[in-house]
Design a binder for this molecule. Structure first.
Ligand code: ZN
Ligand code: ZN
Length: 101
């Protein structure tokens, strides 16, 4: 997955808020509503559950605090097509964004 725009905690929080469709500094109303639609579609497709796999091959059971993560970050040409999104819990989202290569 490709989402590594983050380094500082502040940036991380902003990034996470974007996935959640919360108040996004600098986002237009259009972007915000696109993000809300994107998040709803991605979470619904994934059954409102984190898509990451645990070490034992089972799917992560977490269903709270989910974000619709963009596999390709918006600033790198990603869009709001749900096909490019993946549902992740807070922990796995953080791992993906920090360690994805
Ligand atoms: Zn992300
Ligand atoms: Zn998870």
């Amino acid at each position: 997955m490709d989402c590594r725009q983050l380094v500082r905690l502040e940036d991380w929080q902003q990034h996470r808020n974007q996935h959640r469709g919360n108040q996004n500094r600098g986002w237009s109303a259009r972007n915000r509503s696109d993000q809300r639609r994107f998040r709803t579609a991605v979470l619904k497709r994934d059954g409102n559950q984190c898509r990451a796999l645990l070490e034992n091959g089972q799917r992560c059971p977490v269903r709270v605090g989910l974000v619709a993560h963009h596999k390709v970050p918006l600033h790198r040409g990603g869009d709001f097509d749900p096909a490019g999104g993946v549902t992740l819990c807070e922990r796995h989202h953080r791992e993906v964004d920090r360690y994805a290569r």
